[in-house]
Design a protein around this ligand. Structure first.
Ligand code: CNA
Length: 301
């Protein structure tokens, strides 16, 4: 009997209304304590990093460059990289030559953490901006790896950061310096053909605790990441914050879709929850001034 009551207690309530106001009221009620975020490249566009599939995104860039790949996806395939890493590094040098500050959406994640309502942020992004926004590592699952470290694809040895920075800025291909190896070095991003990090698999059971799922800035087109949306309890409200509808979400009673720019939407959400939330959001974003992801730093002149 006790178990039955605790199950009822944990069952998230239905939203008052299937819109941003309903989501805000739910968060403000104090009954929502285990928010799970699923994030994608759309949240970093305002930082200046293109996504994959939007107009003007990476796939369009690759087509314009006439990069010799049968499909744009091939550039991110491990076997292809091992054969010829040049297209990958050409892309990296074009993409990550600048410096990128976390966006308001990244700071919103930090705000949820500060307010002790964030269970975990599952991100497909590799740009490290969640960390720079101050999200602690224990709350972050970088499902597709990170550009923040790198290893040799042959022997697995770690490679020096400065060497990688140099490679990204100049387009040179970094090669393992271990005696007799000479394998190509690759940032620790998960390519097609590689398994996802252990942290991804180990955290799957905790999705059952979710009492709100926020899906933001992602087309949700890449499995197995996309499956997470269906691993939260069926009673868990799911809100999509994206420029366009997301396939596979919308059919449940508590699904909400808010189409539009994510920075504008999270600001509106914070305002609706309470004025102090918006003020804290702005303060957290201000803290990210000068915290930028960039490769240029440390590159020998
Ligand atoms: P995607 O398939 O390109 O989808 C991005 C989604 O974001 C689209 O549905 C857009 O409509 C939406 N979007 C774009 N701008 C905004 C905005 N301002 N507000 C709200 N929504 C917006 O990218 P996914 O992340 O879904 O695909 C997963 C890939 C992309 C992962 O493997 C990543 O590693 C990879 N990626 C990451 C980065 C990065 O780390 N910043 C950049 C480019 C690609």
């Amino acid at each position: 009997m006790g178990q039955l009551f605790s199950w009822f207690k944990r069952t998230p309530p239905r939203l008052q209304s299937k819109d941003l106001e309903g989501v805000a009221a739910y968060i403000a009620s104090g009954r929502c304590k285990n928010i799970v975020i699923m994030a994608g490249a759309g949240i970093s566009r305002a930082a200046g990093i293109p996504d994959f599939r939007s107009q003007g995104g990476l796939y369009d860039v690759l087509r314009k460059w006439n990069i010799d790949v049968r499909r744009p996806e091939d550039i991110f395939t491990l076997s292809r990289f091992k054969e010829d890493p040049k297209p990958f590094y050409k892309l990296m040098s074009q993409l990550y030559g600048g410096s990128y500050r976390p966006t308001l959406t990244h700071s919103f994640f930090r705000l949820l953490d500060k307010r002790r309502v964030l269970n975990a942020c599952w991100t497909q992004n590799v740009d490290n901006l969640e960390c720079l926004a101050g999200l602690p590592a224990r709350r972050l699952i970088e499902a597709h790896g990170t550009l923040d470290s790198q290893h040799c694809t042959s022997c697995g040895a770690k490679c020096d950061d400065r060497k990688m920075k140099h490679a990204v800025v100049t387009g040179d291909i970094p090669v393992c310096e271990k005696k007799g190896c000479g394998g190509f070095v690759k940032p620790d991003v998960v390519m097609f053909g590689e398994s996802l990090p252990l942290k991804f698999w180990l955290n799957l059971p905790f999705l059952k605790r979710a009492d709100l799922l926020i899906i933001v800035g992602t087309s949700l087109a890449v499995p197995p990441f996309s499956f997470i949306a269906n691993w939260v309890p069926t009673s868990c409200p799911r809100v999509v914050i994206n420029m366009e509808p997301v396939w596979g979400v919308g059919g449940r009673a508590n699904d909400v879709e808010v189409l539009g720019d994510c920075d504008e939407t999270v600001r509106r959400l914070a305002q609706l929850i309470g004025a102090d939330w918006e003020a804290q959001l702005d303060a957290l974003w201000k803290e990210t001034e000068g915290k930028v992801f960039q490769y240029k730093e440390g590159v020998p002149a």
